[in-house]
Design a protein around this ligand. Structure first.
Ligand code: HEC
Ligand code: HEC
Length: 261
Protein backbone atom coordinates (compact mmCIF):
# COMPACT_ATOMS: atom_id res chain seq x y z
CA UNK A 1 0.00 0.00 0.00
CA UNK A 2 2.79 2.40 0.92
CA UNK A 3 4.42 1.83 -2.44
CA UNK A 4 1.15 2.50 -4.22
CA UNK A 5 0.76 5.74 -2.28
CA UNK A 6 4.24 6.91 -3.33
CA UNK A 7 3.53 6.06 -6.93
CA UNK A 8 0.26 7.93 -6.65
CA UNK A 9 1.99 11.08 -5.54
CA UNK A 10 4.46 10.80 -8.40
CA UNK A 11 1.81 10.37 -11.04
CA UNK A 12 -1.10 12.35 -9.68
CA UNK A 13 0.82 15.58 -9.65
CA UNK A 14 1.19 15.86 -13.44
CA UNK A 15 -2.34 14.52 -13.74
CA UNK A 16 -3.60 17.45 -11.69
CA UNK A 17 -1.70 19.95 -13.78
CA UNK A 18 -3.13 18.45 -16.90
CA UNK A 19 -6.65 18.99 -15.61
CA UNK A 20 -6.60 22.22 -13.66
CA UNK A 21 -9.82 22.66 -11.68
CA UNK A 22 -12.59 24.80 -13.07
CA UNK A 23 -11.95 27.22 -10.20
CA UNK A 24 -9.18 28.79 -12.27
CA UNK A 25 -11.52 29.70 -15.11
CA UNK A 26 -12.45 33.32 -15.54
CA UNK A 27 -16.18 33.95 -15.52
CA UNK A 28 -18.34 36.92 -16.24
CA UNK A 29 -20.88 38.41 -13.93
CA UNK A 30 -24.15 36.53 -14.01
CA UNK A 31 -22.47 33.20 -14.80
CA UNK A 32 -21.75 32.13 -11.28
CA UNK A 33 -23.13 28.82 -10.08
CA UNK A 34 -25.56 29.01 -7.17
CA UNK A 35 -23.58 26.33 -5.26
CA UNK A 36 -20.46 28.50 -5.38
CA UNK A 37 -22.41 31.61 -4.33
CA UNK A 38 -23.94 29.71 -1.39
CA UNK A 39 -20.58 28.31 -0.34
CA UNK A 40 -19.04 31.79 -0.61
CA UNK A 41 -21.79 33.19 1.61
CA UNK A 42 -20.99 30.55 4.21
CA UNK A 43 -17.25 31.32 4.15
CA UNK A 44 -18.04 35.05 4.30
CA UNK A 45 -20.15 34.58 7.44
CA UNK A 46 -17.36 32.56 9.05
CA UNK A 47 -14.37 34.74 8.27
CA UNK A 48 -15.31 38.16 6.91
CA UNK A 49 -18.35 39.56 8.75
CA UNK A 50 -16.28 40.40 11.81
CA UNK A 51 -14.85 43.38 9.88
CA UNK A 52 -17.07 43.82 6.82
CA UNK A 53 -20.38 43.24 8.62
CA UNK A 54 -23.15 40.79 7.68
CA UNK A 55 -24.06 42.85 4.61
CA UNK A 56 -20.49 43.64 3.58
CA UNK A 57 -20.96 47.41 3.96
CA UNK A 58 -19.75 48.04 7.50
CA UNK A 59 -16.54 49.80 6.40
CA UNK A 60 -17.14 52.80 4.13
CA UNK A 61 -13.60 52.59 2.66
CA UNK A 62 -14.21 48.96 1.69
CA UNK A 63 -17.91 48.71 0.95
CA UNK A 64 -18.26 45.31 -0.73
CA UNK A 65 -21.79 46.01 -2.00
CA UNK A 66 -20.94 48.80 -4.39
CA UNK A 67 -20.20 46.46 -7.29
CA UNK A 68 -16.77 47.97 -7.88
CA UNK A 69 -13.61 47.51 -5.87
CA UNK A 70 -10.74 49.90 -5.24
CA UNK A 71 -8.11 47.15 -5.27
CA UNK A 72 -9.51 44.86 -7.96
CA UNK A 73 -11.35 44.87 -11.24
CA UNK A 74 -11.27 41.30 -12.63
CA UNK A 75 -12.23 38.14 -10.74
CA UNK A 76 -8.56 37.17 -10.74
CA UNK A 77 -7.62 40.46 -9.03
CA UNK A 78 -10.37 39.94 -6.51
CA UNK A 79 -9.16 36.43 -5.74
CA UNK A 80 -5.66 37.87 -5.25
CA UNK A 81 -6.91 40.51 -2.78
CA UNK A 82 -8.77 37.90 -0.73
CA UNK A 83 -5.85 35.45 -0.80
CA UNK A 84 -3.02 37.92 -0.14
CA UNK A 85 -4.83 40.74 1.71
CA UNK A 86 -4.17 44.46 1.25
CA UNK A 87 -0.66 45.15 2.60
CA UNK A 88 -0.48 47.76 5.33
CA UNK A 89 -4.18 47.44 6.27
CA UNK A 90 -6.23 45.20 8.56
CA UNK A 91 -7.14 43.11 5.50
CA UNK A 92 -4.70 40.24 6.13
CA UNK A 93 -3.86 37.33 3.82
CA UNK A 94 -6.36 34.49 4.21
CA UNK A 95 -4.48 31.62 2.57
CA UNK A 96 -7.67 30.31 0.96
CA UNK A 97 -7.37 27.66 -1.78
CA UNK A 98 -8.67 28.01 -5.37
CA UNK A 99 -12.09 26.51 -4.67
CA UNK A 100 -12.71 28.78 -1.69
CA UNK A 101 -11.53 31.89 -3.55
CA UNK A 102 -13.82 31.07 -6.46
CA UNK A 103 -16.74 30.76 -4.03
CA UNK A 104 -16.00 34.05 -2.25
CA UNK A 105 -15.71 35.90 -5.56
CA UNK A 106 -18.97 34.34 -6.78
CA UNK A 107 -20.62 35.57 -3.58
CA UNK A 108 -19.15 39.09 -3.70
CA UNK A 109 -20.25 39.46 -7.32
CA UNK A 110 -23.79 38.53 -6.28
CA UNK A 111 -23.88 39.98 -2.78
CA UNK A 112 -26.76 42.35 -3.49
CA UNK A 113 -29.02 39.76 -5.13
CA UNK A 114 -28.26 36.55 -3.21
CA UNK A 115 -31.03 35.90 -0.68
CA UNK A 116 -29.91 32.55 0.73
CA UNK A 117 -32.49 30.51 -1.15
CA UNK A 118 -31.74 27.80 -3.69
CA UNK A 119 -28.83 25.50 -2.99
CA UNK A 120 -27.63 25.12 0.58
CA UNK A 121 -24.32 23.84 1.85
CA UNK A 122 -25.34 21.27 4.43
CA UNK A 123 -23.96 19.91 7.64
CA UNK A 124 -20.50 18.35 7.26
CA UNK A 125 -20.96 15.96 10.20
CA UNK A 126 -24.24 14.60 8.80
CA UNK A 127 -22.51 14.35 5.41
CA UNK A 128 -19.67 12.33 6.92
CA UNK A 129 -22.19 9.86 8.38
CA UNK A 130 -23.77 9.45 4.96
CA UNK A 131 -20.37 9.14 3.32
CA UNK A 132 -19.30 6.32 5.62
CA UNK A 133 -22.75 4.75 6.01
CA UNK A 134 -25.74 4.77 3.69
CA UNK A 135 -23.86 6.39 0.77
CA UNK A 136 -21.30 3.59 0.66
CA UNK A 137 -18.73 6.09 -0.61
CA UNK A 138 -15.89 4.43 1.31
CA UNK A 139 -16.34 1.26 -0.74
CA UNK A 140 -14.56 3.13 -3.54
CA UNK A 141 -13.02 6.30 -2.09
CA UNK A 142 -10.55 6.99 0.64
CA UNK A 143 -10.10 10.10 2.74
CA UNK A 144 -6.63 10.23 4.24
CA UNK A 145 -4.03 7.51 4.26
CA UNK A 146 -5.72 4.16 3.84
CA UNK A 147 -8.61 2.63 1.95
CA UNK A 148 -9.49 1.80 -1.63
CA UNK A 149 -7.40 3.39 -4.37
CA UNK A 150 -9.37 2.69 -7.53
CA UNK A 151 -11.58 5.79 -7.28
CA UNK A 152 -9.84 9.15 -6.77
CA UNK A 153 -8.83 9.88 -3.15
CA UNK A 154 -10.93 12.72 -1.72
CA UNK A 155 -8.55 13.85 1.04
CA UNK A 156 -8.15 17.39 -0.29
CA UNK A 157 -11.09 17.62 -2.70
CA UNK A 158 -12.45 20.71 -0.86
CA UNK A 159 -9.40 22.67 -1.98
CA UNK A 160 -9.31 21.64 -5.59
CA UNK A 161 -12.94 21.35 -6.74
CA UNK A 162 -15.50 24.11 -6.56
CA UNK A 163 -18.81 23.64 -4.77
CA UNK A 164 -20.51 23.73 -8.18
CA UNK A 165 -18.32 20.93 -9.56
CA UNK A 166 -18.81 18.72 -6.51
CA UNK A 167 -22.55 19.18 -6.60
CA UNK A 168 -22.60 18.12 -10.27
CA UNK A 169 -20.60 14.97 -9.46
CA UNK A 170 -23.03 14.00 -6.71
CA UNK A 171 -26.08 14.48 -8.88
CA UNK A 172 -24.72 13.00 -12.06
CA UNK A 173 -21.13 11.74 -12.02
CA UNK A 174 -20.86 11.63 -15.81
CA UNK A 175 -21.55 15.35 -16.15
CA UNK A 176 -18.98 16.22 -13.49
CA UNK A 177 -16.24 13.78 -14.41
CA UNK A 178 -12.72 15.17 -14.77
CA UNK A 179 -11.06 14.26 -18.08
CA UNK A 180 -8.23 12.57 -16.22
CA UNK A 181 -10.61 10.19 -14.43
CA UNK A 182 -12.15 8.53 -17.47
CA UNK A 183 -12.34 4.74 -17.61
CA UNK A 184 -9.81 3.03 -19.88
CA UNK A 185 -10.23 -0.30 -21.70
CA UNK A 186 -7.07 -1.67 -23.32
CA UNK A 187 -5.88 -4.97 -24.79
CA UNK A 188 -2.11 -5.51 -24.82
CA UNK A 189 -0.12 -7.15 -27.63
CA UNK A 190 -0.21 -10.48 -25.78
CA UNK A 191 -4.00 -10.32 -25.39
CA UNK A 192 -4.19 -9.17 -21.78
CA UNK A 193 -7.23 -6.99 -20.97
CA UNK A 194 -6.45 -3.97 -18.78
CA UNK A 195 -9.25 -1.84 -17.33
CA UNK A 196 -8.88 1.09 -15.01
CA UNK A 197 -9.20 4.78 -14.29
CA UNK A 198 -7.02 7.14 -16.31
CA UNK A 199 -4.58 9.29 -14.38
CA UNK A 200 -2.59 10.87 -17.16
CA UNK A 201 -2.07 10.49 -20.87
CA UNK A 202 0.19 11.81 -23.63
CA UNK A 203 0.65 10.95 -27.29
CA UNK A 204 2.46 7.66 -26.67
CA UNK A 205 1.54 6.46 -23.21
CA UNK A 206 -1.26 6.31 -20.69
CA UNK A 207 -1.05 5.83 -16.91
CA UNK A 208 -3.95 4.33 -15.04
CA UNK A 209 -5.02 2.67 -11.80
CA UNK A 210 -6.29 -0.78 -12.68
CA UNK A 211 -9.41 -2.31 -11.13
CA UNK A 212 -7.18 -4.37 -8.81
CA UNK A 213 -5.55 -1.11 -7.68
CA UNK A 214 -2.20 -1.38 -9.41
CA UNK A 215 -0.53 1.55 -11.10
CA UNK A 216 -0.09 0.68 -14.77
CA UNK A 217 1.70 2.50 -17.57
CA UNK A 218 0.95 1.38 -21.14
CA UNK A 219 2.72 2.15 -24.41
CA UNK A 220 -0.25 3.02 -26.65
CA UNK A 221 1.63 2.11 -29.85
CA UNK A 222 1.82 -1.56 -28.80
CA UNK A 223 -1.85 -1.98 -27.85
CA UNK A 224 -4.30 -4.07 -29.85
CA UNK A 225 -7.28 -2.14 -28.53
CA UNK A 226 -7.60 1.17 -26.72
CA UNK A 227 -10.82 2.89 -25.67
CA UNK A 228 -11.70 5.73 -23.32
CA UNK A 229 -15.18 5.40 -21.88
CA UNK A 230 -17.69 8.12 -21.06
CA UNK A 231 -19.55 6.21 -18.38
CA UNK A 232 -18.66 6.60 -14.71
CA UNK A 233 -18.18 3.75 -12.24
CA UNK A 234 -19.75 6.01 -9.65
CA UNK A 235 -23.49 5.73 -8.98
CA UNK A 236 -25.62 8.87 -9.42
CA UNK A 237 -27.01 10.00 -6.07
CA UNK A 238 -29.32 12.72 -7.40
CA UNK A 239 -32.36 10.40 -7.41
CA UNK A 240 -31.39 8.32 -4.42
CA UNK A 241 -30.82 11.08 -1.89
CA UNK A 242 -32.92 14.06 -0.85
CA UNK A 243 -31.82 17.65 -1.49
CA UNK A 244 -30.87 17.86 2.19
CA UNK A 245 -28.71 14.72 2.00
CA UNK A 246 -26.95 15.97 -1.14
CA UNK A 247 -26.38 19.29 0.65
CA UNK A 248 -24.89 17.48 3.67
CA UNK A 249 -22.58 15.40 1.46
CA UNK A 250 -21.53 18.61 -0.28
CA UNK A 251 -20.80 20.22 3.09
CA UNK A 252 -18.64 17.24 4.03
CA UNK A 253 -16.72 17.17 0.72
CA UNK A 254 -16.04 20.92 0.97
CA UNK A 255 -14.63 20.38 4.46
CA UNK A 256 -11.98 17.95 3.16
CA UNK A 257 -8.92 20.15 2.93
CA UNK A 258 -6.13 17.81 3.95
CA UNK A 259 -2.69 17.72 2.38
CA UNK A 260 -2.45 15.85 -0.94
CA UNK A 261 -2.50 12.09 -0.30
C1 HEC B 1 -9.59 42.12 10.30
C2 HEC B 1 -10.58 42.80 9.48
C3 HEC B 1 -10.89 42.18 8.11
C4 HEC B 1 -11.27 40.90 7.82
C5 HEC B 1 -11.44 39.72 8.76
C6 HEC B 1 -11.51 40.86 6.39
N1 HEC B 1 -11.29 42.08 5.83
FE1 HEC B 1 -11.47 42.57 3.87
N2 HEC B 1 -10.79 44.44 4.25
C7 HEC B 1 -10.52 44.95 5.49
C8 HEC B 1 -10.07 46.32 5.35
C9 HEC B 1 -9.66 47.24 6.48
C10 HEC B 1 -10.08 46.60 3.98
C11 HEC B 1 -9.73 47.92 3.31
C12 HEC B 1 -8.29 47.89 2.87
C13 HEC B 1 -7.94 49.21 2.19
O1 HEC B 1 -7.92 50.21 2.89
O2 HEC B 1 -7.74 49.18 0.97
C14 HEC B 1 -10.53 45.39 3.32
C15 HEC B 1 -10.68 45.26 1.96
C16 HEC B 1 -11.23 44.17 1.32
C17 HEC B 1 -11.45 44.09 -0.09
C18 HEC B 1 -11.09 45.14 -1.14
C19 HEC B 1 -12.17 46.15 -1.28
C20 HEC B 1 -11.86 47.15 -2.40
O3 HEC B 1 -12.70 48.03 -2.62
O4 HEC B 1 -10.83 47.00 -3.05
C21 HEC B 1 -12.06 42.90 -0.33
C22 HEC B 1 -12.50 42.34 -1.66
C23 HEC B 1 -12.19 42.23 0.94
N3 HEC B 1 -11.67 43.05 1.93
C24 HEC B 1 -12.77 41.00 1.11
C25 HEC B 1 -12.70 40.30 2.30
C26 HEC B 1 -13.14 38.93 2.44
C27 HEC B 1 -13.77 38.08 1.35
C28 HEC B 1 -12.89 38.57 3.74
C29 HEC B 1 -13.12 37.22 4.38
C30 HEC B 1 -12.38 36.12 3.81
C31 HEC B 1 -12.30 39.71 4.39
N4 HEC B 1 -12.21 40.73 3.50
C32 HEC B 1 -11.93 39.73 5.73
C33 HEC B 1 -10.62 44.28 6.69
C34 HEC B 1 -10.91 42.93 6.85
C1 HEC C 1 -18.64 2.16 -7.10
C2 HEC C 1 -17.58 3.06 -6.76
C3 HEC C 1 -17.94 4.46 -6.29
C4 HEC C 1 -18.80 4.82 -5.28
C5 HEC C 1 -19.69 3.93 -4.42
C6 HEC C 1 -18.69 6.26 -5.16
N1 HEC C 1 -17.80 6.75 -6.08
FE1 HEC C 1 -17.23 8.68 -6.31
N2 HEC C 1 -16.13 8.17 -7.94
C7 HEC C 1 -15.89 6.88 -8.38
C8 HEC C 1 -15.04 6.92 -9.57
C9 HEC C 1 -14.54 5.72 -10.36
C10 HEC C 1 -14.77 8.28 -9.81
C11 HEC C 1 -13.88 8.85 -10.94
C12 HEC C 1 -14.67 8.92 -12.22
C13 HEC C 1 -15.70 9.98 -12.19
O1 HEC C 1 -15.37 11.13 -11.82
O2 HEC C 1 -16.85 9.67 -12.50
C14 HEC C 1 -15.47 9.04 -8.77
C15 HEC C 1 -15.44 10.42 -8.65
C16 HEC C 1 -15.89 11.12 -7.54
C17 HEC C 1 -15.66 12.52 -7.31
C18 HEC C 1 -14.88 13.47 -8.21
C19 HEC C 1 -13.42 13.37 -7.90
C20 HEC C 1 -12.58 14.32 -8.70
O3 HEC C 1 -11.34 14.24 -8.56
O4 HEC C 1 -13.11 15.16 -9.43
C21 HEC C 1 -16.26 12.83 -6.11
C22 HEC C 1 -16.30 14.20 -5.44
C23 HEC C 1 -16.88 11.63 -5.62
N3 HEC C 1 -16.62 10.61 -6.50
C24 HEC C 1 -17.61 11.54 -4.43
C25 HEC C 1 -18.32 10.41 -4.04
C26 HEC C 1 -19.25 10.38 -2.94
C27 HEC C 1 -19.55 11.55 -2.01
C28 HEC C 1 -19.77 9.11 -2.90
C29 HEC C 1 -20.85 8.57 -1.98
C30 HEC C 1 -22.08 9.35 -1.88
C31 HEC C 1 -19.15 8.35 -3.98
N4 HEC C 1 -18.29 9.17 -4.64
C32 HEC C 1 -19.40 7.02 -4.24
C33 HEC C 1 -16.39 5.73 -7.82
C34 HEC C 1 -17.30 5.68 -6.78
Amino acid sequence: MRRLTTLFTAVLLPACLFSLPAAAAQQHEGQYDIADIAYGAQLFSERCVVCHGPNGDLMPQANLRRGTFRNASTDRDLQGVIRDGVPGTAMAATGYAEAELAALVAYLRNITSFDGTGVTIGDAAAGKDLFEGEGGCTQCHRVGGSGPAYAPPLTSIGRTRTAAALRRVLQNPVSGMMPSNRPVHAVTADGRVVEGRRLNEDTFSVQLVSKDERLVSLDKRTLKEYRIGNESAMPAYGDRFSEQQIADLLGYLLSLKGAQP
